[in-house]
Design a protein around this ligand. Structure first.
Ligand SMILES: [Zn+2]
Length: 168
């Protein structure tokens, strides 16, 4: 049977509809491909989609990068996309306390300031982009924010489209 949005749901004896792979394919077929790839990586932990997601985000970022300095190295833009994907993807857990917020002496964990979260330092971001700390804060920080915003926009676009299709 087809619902009003044209997605198949085969009811299992009047209980909850059984969602088939076809339903999911139908629901996701017209949604933003970059957003869908990111969602697969982030929510489903499907790392096989990571390369595809990277390629489509990179091609979007290349368009944005035209507004930046035209001499920006391709390798650095790629590193920026990788960094942004890393920051958007991972549930960052503090490696020192493994998210427990306290160290083995039951004292608040210092590296994460007892948040349990992995705090990425700007010095690390600068190193990932092979730029100096001051160049990072002067130029690249807002670019990173721009790419993170792009990723979250694409994801939200895909989610809205999927929700509409499955009627939620
Ligand atoms: Zn910690």
């Amino acid at each position: 049977m087809l619902n009003s949005k044209g997605v198949r749901f085969d009811g299992a004896g009047g209980g909850l509809p059984t969602l088939t792979a076809d339903d999911l394919n139908a629901a996701t077929s017209f949604c933003n491909p970059t957003g869908l790839n990111m969602l697969k990586v982030r929510i489903c932990g499907d790392d096989s989609e990571a390369h595809t997601a990277f390629k489509s985000i990179y091609s979007d970022v290349q368009k944005i990068a035209k507004r930046w300095r035209s001499t920006e190295k391709e390798a650095r833009i790629k590193a920026l996309v990788q960094l942004a994907m890393f920051e958007a993807n991972k549930t960052p857990v503090c490696p020192a306390c493994k998210g427990r917020k306290f160290n083995r002496f039951h004292k608040p964990c210092t590296p994460c300031k007892a948040t349990g979260k992995y705090i990425i330092k700007n010095s690390l971001r600068a190193r990932a982009l092979s730029v100096s700390h001051s160049t990072y804060t002067r130029i690249w920080e807002r670019r990173l924010i721009e790419v993170l915003q792009l990723i979250s926009d694409k994801e939200n676009q895909a989610l809205t489209q999927i929700r509409k299709k499955i009627g939620h």
